[in-house]
Design a protein around this ligand. Structure first.
Ligand code: HEC
Length: 150
């Protein structure tokens, strides 16, 4: 019983620590990590789709993960995460609505990519890869420091 009580206590401590708002450092670290995973999935999808890697069954896993990350973007730029080791430009927080709109364009493109992969529709997959790539670039061109590493 005591053991159960103490593990519940530990759980509550962990749960309360994750429920707190992230520090700016962690918010920045997190969004960079998610951005990196998206870049990885895009490379993997493009290589499989282009036939350079013979693993068609892996396509849907990459597309699902990319679509999931696409829905996260609007939550990845909390107020206060504009300062520190970041290439995110202040414009993001100055024109929030336009930024959200671009983020949603990407969520739509990645959802279409996932659906096209699940439907095994090559033409639609090709279109959605292009739309997704354009949405990454559209946002980076306006809201990310030029000359950033990627
Ligand atoms: C709505 C805007 C937006 C969209 C859409 C977007 N990004 Fe980003 N991305 C950013 C911003 C802003 C940064 C800079 C983040 C920072 O340094 O805090 C960034 C940074 C990155 C980085 C560098 C991360 C690092 O380690 O510094 C990569 C890689 C990246 N994005 C890939 C992608 C890919 C791939 C897509 C499309 C599938 C994409 N991004 C879509 C805004 C966006």
């Amino acid at each position: 019983m005591r053991r159960i009580v103490s593990s519940v206590a530990i759980f509550l401590v962990l749960a309360s620590s994750v429920a707190q708002a992230a520090t700016p450092e962690d918010a920045i670290k997190y969004r960079k990590a998610v951005m990196e995973t998206m870049a990885g999935h895009m490379v993997a999808i493009t290589m499989i789709f282009g036939g350079r890697i013979d693993a068609p069954s892996h396509l849907s896993g990459h597309a699902e993960a990319l679509a999931a990350a696409g829905t996260e973007i609007t939550h990845m730029f909390p107020a206060g995460s504009d300062a520190g080791k970041t290439d995110a430009l202040p414009l993001i927080w100055q024109e929030g609505a336009r930024f959200q709109e671009i983020a949603e364009t990407m969520a739509t493109a990645t959802a279409q990519l996932r659906d096209a992969v699940n439907a095994d529709d090559r033409a639609a997959i090709g279109r959605a890869i292009k739309a997704t790539g354009d949405s990454c670039k559209g946002c980076h061109d306006r809201y990310r420091q030029q000359g950033a590493a990627h």
